[in-house]
Design a protein around this ligand. Structure first.
Ligand code: GSY
Length: 155
């Protein structure tokens, strides 16, 4: 496939977290228009933001995709639904969350999607796994590599 290289952030903090991430990645693999190129290790992380919830398991995935950004978002949301994500508390526990972090060098903002992900540059649970698979990837707003962004926030 020679589409656009995109990076996804995955997180789970409900049920069997490892199973949820593996199922999410397998559903991505089975999707027409998506080729999974690399998967990071899975990391146990403390919740950021709404902290009164279980720890997360987080990972990042590199894909090559012929889908456009909204088509990719639809697929991510469809996989979240399939794995029975229920939004009971807005920032609360979820079986799986799949965020589009980077989509090539695309910069966009509309009601459904902001690219690059608006908080990726400040979240260690995003940058650590992303740095494992794509230290060279460039954030098109800050013109910095993932390695540079990660070095900037890593404790
Ligand atoms: O969109 C991310 C969901 N999320 C996470 C997460 O995936 N990991 C950690 N450690 N904290 C989080 N807070 C939220 S919201």
């Amino acid at each position: 496939m020679s589409g656009v290289i995109a990076y996804l952030g995955l997180g789970s903090n409900l049920g069997n977290k490892m199973d949820n991430l593996n199922k999410g990645i397998n559903l991505l693999r089975c999707t027409v228009g998506i080729a999974v190129k690399a998967t990071s290790p899975f990391y146990h992380t403390s919740p950021v933001g709404y902290t009164d919830q279980p720890d997360f398991l987080n990972a990042a995935v590199e894909i090559d995709t012929t889908l456009n950004p909204i088509g990719l978002l639809d697929i991510c949301q469809c996989i979240e639904k399939k794995l029975k994500r229920v939004d009971s508390v807005r920032w609360g526990p979820r079986t799986i969350d799949i965020d589009i972090l980077l989509y090539g060098d695309c910069i966009m903002r509309n009601d459904r999607l902001v690219l690059p992900h608006p908080m990726m540059h400040e979240r260690e649970f995003v940058l650590k796994p992303l740095n494992d698979i794509a230290p060279q990837a460039v954030h098109p707003v800050y013109n910095m590599t993932v390695a540079q962004l990660y070095r900037g926030i890593a404790g």
